[in-house]
Design a protein around this ligand. Structure first.
Ligand code: PLP
Length: 353
């Protein structure tokens, strides 16, 4: 018999992270979780089929070396030992928190940003400390202030839900002042003008995480990775599950890393749609934060966001309504196909006029 008192207190106290809704396929135009609206490259689907032919009775490569070689090649890293593969970048974030932040120790994150970071700290029994962006979505230098027990800083860049970026030069300044590792979560970096991959080579305490869920259109296979100094990769490998990535996802992710032409073209399309969508939303009375990601953060000047959210949902369109208390609320809308975006704009136009 299991009762409430048997769990670790950190677990009973937990609210649990609530991801965006995943309704059965087909019912909604789904613009709530920043998935890619396009299917992944053909080569990836072929690689999955081939991997399904086996040998599935054998365990997969525990360190996914084929993937690490392909990723190092694609990103211009010195070698595969700079890459740690994970079951989604969420697993990589878990390993980072588990590896660096002990019970009662401190994790620093910006606010508003990715809510999962707080859950990971809570699971660990660690303390999270938020530094608020200003109203221009700039990050105060205070993010790098020294603090007792500060063990890790996590910075999504581009940020979610804003789609804004902290410049590479500011990231270098922050890392120089911080006395702990600075993790730059680059889930959306393929949609931005710059990224921090090369900084990992030059700065001891900068680590970068990436995912195949957004720009590669592979949220369904769960694959992400860490780019870090070989010592960091080796140390964190000790605390991962032995076979954290399965044979099918390794095959898919390895094939994906070789599709640089597909990636560039897909990002180009999404960025073009993002630009058009931002302009049109502004015409409808939204304040749209200039985005460097595959979603836009927008706030309407007259109508309540909850009302717009409910209206869209009633019309089979899912977007993300986010409420940050004193920092206000807004809608985060993923960039869909041109056709999906036109449908949403059309609905909004009829509702708001
Ligand atoms: C989507 C997202 C991730 C999660 O990526 P997975 O690889 O699907 O686990 C990580 N960080 C941020 C900021 C994200 O938005």
């Amino acid at each position: 018999m299991v009762n409430r008192k048997m769990y670790r207190p950190a677990v009973t106290a937990l609210a649990g992270y609530v991801p965006g809704e995943q309704p059965p396929p087909g019912k909604y135009i789904k613009l709530n979780t920043n998935e890619n609206p396009y299917p992944p490259p053909r080569e990836v689907v072929d690689a999955i089929k081939q991997a399904a032919e086996g040998p599935l009775n054998r365990y997969p490569d525990p360190i996914a070396n084929a993937f690490r070689i392909a990723a190092a090649e694609a990103l211009g890293l010195p070698g595969p030992e700079w890459v740690l593969a994970g079951n989604g970048s969420d697993e990589i974030l878990t390993l980072l928190v588990r590896g660096f932040v002990g019970e009662g120790e401190k994790l620093r994150i910006p606010f508003p940003s990715y809510v999962l970071y707080r859950t990971l700290a809570d699971i660990q029994g660690a303390v999270w400390e938020q530094v608020s962006f200003n109203d221009q979505w700039e990050l105060p230098a205070e993010f790098s202030d020294a603090a007792g027990n500060l063990k890790l800083a996590l910075l999504p860049n581009p940020n979610s839900p804003s789609g804004t970026v902290v410049s590479r030069s500011q990231i270098v300044e922050l890392s120089d002042r911080l006395e702990c590792p600075l993790v730059v979560d680059e889930a959306y970096a393929d949609f931005a003008d710059e990224n921090c991959v090369s900084l990992v080579l030059e700065h001891d305490n900068i680590l970068v995480t990436r995912t195949l869920s957004k720009s590669y259109g592979l949220a369904g296979i769960r694959f992400g990775f860490l780019i870090a100094k070989p010592e960091v990769v080796a140390e964190l490998s000790k605390i991962k599950d032995s076979y954290n990535c399965d044979a099918i996802s390794i095959a898919a992710a390895t094939a994906a890393m070789k599709c640089s032409g597909w990636l560039a073209e897909n990002c180009r399309k999404i960025i073009a749609t993002r630009t058009r969508m931002s302009v049109e939303l502004e015409k409808l009375g939204f304040l749209v934060t200039p985005s460097h990601a595959n979603f836009v953060w927008c706030r309407h000047q007259q109508i309540r966001h909850a009302e717009i959210y409910e209206f869209l949902k009633s019309q089979q369109v899912l977007v993300r309504l986010m409420d940050f208390g004193e920092s206000g609320d807004g809608l985060r809308i993923s960039v869909g196909t041109d056709q999906q975006v036109d449908a949403v704009l059309h609905l909004l136009k009829s509702y708001l006029s």
